[in-house]
Design a binder for this molecule. Sequence first.
Ligand SMILES: [Zn+2]
Length: 440
Amino acid sequence: MKKIFSFLKRNILVIAISFSLGGFAGYKVLESLGIAFLLNSIPIPEGSIADKDAFIETLPEGKPLVQKELIPVTNKAKNIILLISDGMSLTQVSSYRLLKGGPNERIAVDKFPVSGIVLTHSENAIVTDSASSATAFSTGRKTNNGALGLDKNNEVLENFTEIINRHGYVSSLISTSEITHATPAAYASHIDLRWKTDEISTQMMDSNVMTILGGGRHFFIPEELGGKRSDGLNLLEQIKSSHTVLTEKRELETFDHSNLGKVIGLFADEALRDNEKPDNHPLEPSSTEMLKFAINRSQQFSENGCRGFFIMLEGSQVDWAGHANDINYLKREMQDFDEAVALAYNYAQENNDTLVIATADHETGGLLIEPASPTDYTAPEVKFSFNTGIGYGSHTGVPVPVYAYGPGSENFTGTLDNTDIFYAMLEAVDIEDTIGSCVN
Ligand SMILES: [Zn+2]
């Protein structure tokens, strides 16, 4: 006791300084003295996200982008299923894993044998939006934030579904948001601003994509009739001559798959699982149910002359959960996405001609996994914190993971630019000769 007292007496000034420094600096001083046991007494500074330790830096002038060298794929994939979780980086994956079953839980992406890191910056921003990132995946080119299927000079870029259509593949697009949202739109439209949904929906209906499933009925109905179209066009009525229109999930089960015409499923006015419209929820399919339908339908096309299929499915609302800083919302949407990834993975295990890719366009929310108390790492609680803004978060510039399984997966490893995803998909399929469209 006497010893401790004299120790404290000798170091009273240092300890006082440590306490006044607080937090990390105080901890470091106490640790250097071997008295880290006093740590729990150090006051932790209070603050908001706006007060966090932040550094605004100007980056060096950019170097030109060089495309990653591809490994030639000789064993080509017949089919590609691309699964994009909007706003998902490693902390979203890890948070879902922890919340589902703890640290040793394994979710669908954990089973993939190949994984890589994707850099997400756009043509004009370090932090991308969903439109430019989706365009990078769908065309292999960087563009400005907000643009779909156009380059930075508004020149039209041929997209993946257009290219493979010429080579005899059939395409499907699935989304849990309105189907006119940026990620699906990048595969079936060309427009300078993602908010021009009147044009986007019209272009998507004119595209060669044979199956489109998601929400967004209001984007096909004029404002006068309660919809969201400002151009007065009743597109929903118009497409009844060109498309089979589905509005309830039970129609996915009763669908006659000998129908090889265009299908659009609009299962909600805007997004699926809209909290403000619970009455509609029983009519809405999950991602897995939509993917199952698209796979069945694509197989019918393959049996009727198509060389193979491409399906893009977007888990749209992982991003919205990040913007809303809502971990329970994130968990629900990650679960919906995870189940769809599991279905695609199982399909590829049974059909070794199918390449499955699961990735994301960017991270949203600055999600962190922290100890619930910064001074007690071993406490049983874990803190999930969003670090981009209180109430409404933003995208961040951190890289995202890519997971791949099946023929051509060898090109989805190491560090990739988001544009490399396009070239790796193109390398995976057989586009040697132009055999022409197998549909319409
Ligand atoms: Zn996004």
